[in-house]
Design a protein. Structure first.
Length: 277
């Protein structure tokens, strides 16, 4: 039986992982948490926190489910306690790419991140449809990268990731650098920023007097079909007028050369902003 220690088990992501691990009997899981709020979150789930010096040395897998700004310091406490051949798992590529996680040659390092349920997921129940983050009832895919170690380390990390992010649609094996291109560059630096601007525009038109119910239906409906057309979920196109206005808008809204956000030097600057307090 695989023994796992989940560090940060009572945090935002930690609680979601804890909820899934509690469903399984094929793992022995120890839960570490230091914040009062996190400890209370675990208590409400019937979970007691373990002692770091006791549980880490006996664990086959240690999952660092803590914020990027804290993961470096915490890893310096945890990594020296791990037994040779064990596996370190992180949930995000920023800290590994920035080199802030303590390293040992005799350990494996795997990064696993959820894709979250697609906007085009078909789910049989409203509960699953509204599982926007995933990990409860909506299927989601995951990306997994081996940063250091053996194929056995990767296989173990992939299996743990599939269980802690379940239910799973597909598992994609990629590199650490490719994961960083996806996040932060693609989904945070680009997509989230664009969506924040869309929301600012939405707030602006409501302030200009457009009834909010009408604005919400209009904007969200158009976003859905726009995504469907651009990502080939539907055999259709935009109107000629829509293409014309989009062509006019791009140089107004986007600075020339914005694509540099996908270059690795720029991505390293992005992750440094993430990992630094």
């Amino acid at each position: 039986m695989t023994t796992i220690t989940l560090v940060g088990a009572g945090g935002k992501m930690g609680c979601r992982l804890t909820d899934n691990f509690l469903k399984y009997s094929h793992y022995t899981v120890h839960y570490l948490e230091v914040s009062e709020r996190g400890i209370e979150n675990l208590r409400q789930r019937g979970v007691q926190t373990g002692r770091q010096n006791e549980v880490v040395p006996v664990s086959d897998v240690v999952i660092l489910g803590v914020p990027d700004v804290a993961i470096g310091k915490i890893s310096e406490e945890i990594i020296p306690l791990m037994k040779p051949g064990a596996l370190v798992m992180t949930l995000d590529p920023a800290a590994p790419l920035d080199g802030v996680i303590a390293h040992r040659d005799d350990l494996g390092y795997v990064i696993a991140h959820p894709c979250h349920p697609s906007v085009f997921n078909w789910e049989p129940t409203e509960q699953a449809f509204r599982d926007f983050y995933g990990g409860i009832s909506a299927k989601q895919s995951i990306v997994v990268a081996l940063m250091h170690g053996t194929e056995a380390h990767y296989s173990l990390g992939e299996k743990v990731a599939q269980d802690m992010y379940a239910p799973i649609a597909d598992t994609h094996r990629i590199t650490l650098e490719q994961m960083a291109i996806l996040e932060p560059a693609m989904v945070e630096t680009l997509a989230q920023t664009c969506m924040e601007i869309v929301k600012e525009g939405y707030d602006r038109i409501v302030n200009l007097g457009v009834p909010e119910a009408a604005a919400r239906d209009f904007v969200l409906g158009h976003l859905r079909i726009q995504i469907a057309v651009l990502f080939k979920e539907v055999n259709g196109t935009f109107s000629d007028a829509a293409y014309k206005i989009s062509k006019r808008a791009k140089p107004i809204l986007f600075r020339e050369g914005w694509q540099k956000i996908f270059e690795m030097d720029d991505i390293r600057e992005q992750v440094r902003d993430i990992t630094n307090k």
